[in-house]
Design a protein around this ligand. Structure first.
Ligand SMILES: Cc1cc2nc3c(=O)[nH]c(=O)nc-3n(C[C@H](O)[C@H](O)[C@H](O)COP(=O)(O)OP(=O)(O)OC[C@H]3O[C@@H](n4cnc5c(N)ncnc54)[C@H](O)[C@@H]3O)c2cc1C
Length: 443
């Protein structure tokens, strides 16, 4: 499996993930680039960020090319849980308020909500078929203390940020779901979709609007020239006036100084069960599409799929080696059985992992050297929340590159580049330590 900190880069021959999404949808195919070309805007990475940037450029009639090292949905776009979340990175609105101030937190909230609005708007405008399902989203407290914190945070969010939610006691949760070890929760409106269908639809729209798309075309090197950039790929050189790096957690270790050691790829893993029987659904209260996330530092997240299966996710292995091992599968499976004892013995039909991009200060960045004549920009660091936000970032990055900055660029998303990780070589060792600590502290 591809490992961003070990492999040379994503290869066109890296296998597709064995995801439920890939088994339930086949994406369109694009050719690889075989001859030299010139373009105004070159986007490296054809995930949500890259294709959304391409749609924004193409809507403005700009000459745009997207290259991706593998196929549609090779990165997170084909591996995620499909939760449509308002937010990104790892900081809550309260944490942003504490670190900066309430005005900044409100500005960030507007961007997060804008991401969900953009997703819905494009789905309608371009008639995208993405298996959208509305359904409640439950945040579940994994301890008594976290239940109190969760309820206080929900009350503050309602009072200061107008976020509507319902606080649930431990008894409420037990009555509704029989989820073991949940000490209370908060219910908000939620939605989920089929993430691979979404990226395939973005590709359709970007191409129809006039962007050129090439897959199986890894960018090997980016060289600055006197009037732009030359990007080498295995069979051709691309001359570009401007370059956008949209490879997120799949960015190779040594790629470009602007992004090297600026984000930490961390694995998240998911499995999908066999379809639940009616009695299993009733025993667990999982009778319609709905989604859940708990309050652990290493969160578990799960949702009921439209065909009645349960998708269950959590942290993955520290490195790619062993990410598909039985011990990793069993660790997640046991966590599911602990929450839903009635599902003990149900089959695990699919299991896969993917890399999420974590920034050093938990804040994503959408950054470009906007003062240069020939600009280079990037957007990454969304952590586990990018289904709506990565596409919004792609739009904002494209707007920045085109000089259309009629939004608040003083927000921390935009005002500074990604900070470097100190001692990058030790990131995985620290992560391993954190997982060991969480195993004891959050058991
Ligand atoms: C297991 C898992 C579960 C998740 N669940 C959710 C969820 O439920 N909700 C949510 O909001 N978010 C979730 N996320 C996060 C979300 O999927 C990501 O934030 C989002 O997909 C990022 O989109 P992207 O376009 O920036 O990156 P990606 O989709 O990862 O795309 C990057 C692309 O860059 C390409 N690339 C890399 N290097 C090169 C190169 N040298 N040249 C050309 N191309 C290159 C890759 O092939 C890849 O296609 C999850 C992530 C994972 C891994």
């Amino acid at each position: 499996m591809y490992d961003p900190l070990k492999s040379k880069g994503v290869s066109p021959f890296d296998p597709q993930p064995n995801s439920y999404w890939h088994h339930t949808h086949t994406c369109r195919k694009f050719e690889s680039l075989k001859q030299n070309i010139s373009t105004d805007y070159l986007i490296i990475g054809g995930g949500y960020t890259g294709l959304s940037a391409a749609i924004t450029f193409a809507e403005a009639d700009k000459n745009t090319t997207v290259i991706d090292a593998n196929t549609i949905g090779f990165g997170c776009a084909g591996r995620n849980g499909g939760f449509v979340l308002s937010g990104s990175g790892r900081l809550s609105l309260s944490a942003i308020e504490e670190k900066w101030d309430q005005k900044t937190a409100k500005g960030m909230q507007a961007e997060f909500d804008g991401a969900v609005a953009l997703l819905k708007q494009r789905i309608n405008k371009y008639d995208m078929q993405v298996d959208w399902c509305d359904g409640a989203y439950y945040k579940l407290a994994h301890s008594k203390k976290s239940a109190t914190t969760l309820h206080h945070a929900a009350q503050k969010q309602a009072a200061d940020y107008g976020v509507k939610s319902a606080c649930l006691s431990q008894a409420d949760i037990q009555d509704r779901f029989a989820i073991a070890h949940a000490y209370g929760g908060v219910k908000v409106d939620g939605a989920c979709l089929h993430p691979l269908k979404l990226i395939d639809e973005y590709a359709r729209v970007a191409e129809n609007l006039g962007a050129a798309l090439y897959y199986s075309t890894p960018a090997l090197e980016i060289e600055k020239t006197h009037n732009g950039f030359e990007v080498s790929t295995p069979n051709a050189i691309i001359t570009a006036k401007h370059v956008l790096i949209a490879s997120n957690a799949y960015t190779p270790k040594r790629f470009h100084e602007k992004v090297d050691n600026k984000q930490f790829p961390v694995q998240s893993s998911i499995f999908v069960t066999a379809p639940l029987s009616e009695s299993q659904k009733n025993a667990c209260g999982l009778t319609s599409p709905m989604s859940f996330m708990d309050t652990r530092m290493m969160k578990y997240y799960y949702r009921v799929l439209p065909d009645g299966r349960l998708l269950f996710g959590g942290r993955g292995a520290v490195s790619a080696r062993g990410s598909d091992s039985n011990s990793e599968k069993q660790r997640l499976y046991k966590a599911m059985v602990k929450s839903f004892p009635a599902l003990k013995g149900i089959g695990m039909d699919y299991f896969w992992s993917g890399w999420v991009s974590v920034s050093f200060d938990d804040m994503p960045r959408i950054f470009a050297d906007t003062k240069s004549t020939n600009k280079l920009g990037y957007a990454m660091g969304y952590c586990g929340s990018g289904v709506s936000f990565a596409a919004f970032s792609g739009m904002r990055l494209a707007q920045r590159m085109m000089g259309q900055e009629n939004f608040d660029t003083t927000l921390p998303l935009y005002s500074s580049p990604l900070p470097s990780f100190p001692f990058p070589a030790f990131r995985r060792m620290a992560l391993h330590g954190l997982y060991q600590w969480a195993k004891v502290a959050e058991h």
